[in-house]
Design a protein around this ligand. Structure first.
Ligand code: NDP
Length: 295
């Protein structure tokens, strides 16, 4: 059938959003959550509550996990290992690539196919046309369940290495979290002169949206290709100019007494290259220092 049964284990905001999306698409959904009360809303919406993790796993071939980390999967499924043979586990919880790879080895040892991944949008956006997820691991299992996983969002399969989708997820969070800290830091900086967040954020978000055009007038693919080729030639933002700017952000932060750890980290990226005499090169050269941190 085009709407096979699905089990969802873990009913935080993300798990609940997945259940609602799968129910909406017509899949029978069985759920289990450590804190049973958290299942109430999705059960009212039509999900079937399982009495135990083993019963949840046995409800179908496809078991999706949405938990705080990979340890939580072991806490839940170690006692239900006898029910695993022949099933496909899709763990969409965040953790490190190595914890992810270890879990894949564990699952295979118990006779289950294993896919890992991450939802790349917040819970309210799951199932919308802006939703997407990275998945990697057992390719045959992926092909068998691709259509069902596609209900959650556009699926981007990254190959057999189970750690790869997790790394992709962490890399996105790297950009996201650094950007959020940048927003908070800049808001504190202008706040020192009485500029409110309400005034500032709508202004600065324009710059944020323009970043792709600012750093790659010929497109992000072209920028990526140059970085891959080690071509860091200056295209209008050389290291001397950018490094001076980084110094100014740091000095301005220090002068008003706000935290300087973030601007210092940025400044360090430029200084690492400037001491090597690379001031005339483009800003992308900073990746070399990031790849080889000082011991
Ligand atoms: P949480 O990260 O709060 O996950 C909570 C779930 O994990 C609950 O079901 C909780 O059970 C369960 N859990 C945690 N530890 C254990 C344990 N030791 N044993 C059993 N169950 C455990 O909620 P989210 O739904 O927000 O996130 C789930 C995953 O989705 C995370 O990996 C997150 O990074 C990812 N994600 C979330 C997004 C979001 O918008 N929320 C966006 C993108 C990704 P209990 O209810 O009993 O506490």
């Amino acid at each position: 059938p085009s709407t096979p049964p699905v089990t969802v284990i873990g009913l935080g905001p993300m798990g609940q959003a997945m259940v609602r999306t799968l129910l909406g698409a017509g899949h029978p959904v069985t759920v289990w959550n450590r804190t049973a009360a958290r299942a109430e809303q999705v059960v009212s919406a039509g999900a079937r509550p399982a009495a135990s993790p083993a019963e949840a796993v046995e409800a179908g071939d496809l078991v999706i996990l949405s938990l705080t980390d990979y340890q939580a999967m072991h806490d839940i499924l170690d006692g239900a290992a006898a029910s695993l043979p022949g099933r496909t586990l899709v763990n969409l919880s965040s953790d490190t690539p190595s914890a992810t790879r270890d879990a894949a080895t564990w699952a295979r040892a118990h006779g289950a196919a294993f896919l890992t991944g991450g939802m790349m949008v917040p819970a309210p956006m799951v199932g919308t046309d802006r939703s997407y997820l990275y998945v990697s691991g057992d390719e045959e299992a992926f092909e068998a369940h691709q259509a069902t996983l596609g209900r959650l969002g556009q699926v981007r399969f990254l190959g057999e290495d189970p750690g790869r989708s997790q790394l992709m997820y962490q890399a996105h969070l790297d950009v996201f979290l650094t950007a959020l800290s940048g927003f908070a830091h800049a808001t504190a900086l202008v706040g020192s002169a009485g500029i409110t967040a309400e005034e500032f954020l709508p202004e600065v978000v324009e710059l944020f949206r323009a970043i792709p055009d600012m750093i790659a007038a010929d497109g992000m693919d072209a920028l990526g290709a140059r970085i891959d080729a080690g071509d860091h030639s200056d295209r209008g933002s050389n290291l001397t100019m950018m490094g001076a700017t980084a110094d100014h952000v740091h000095a301005a932060s220090e002068a008003v007494g706000i935290d300087t750890a973030l601007p210092r980290a940025v400044q360090e990226h430029y200084h690492r290259q400037l001491v090597e005499g690379r001031g005339a090169e483009g800003w992308t050269r900073i990746i070399d220092g990031i790849r080889a941190p000082r011991k």
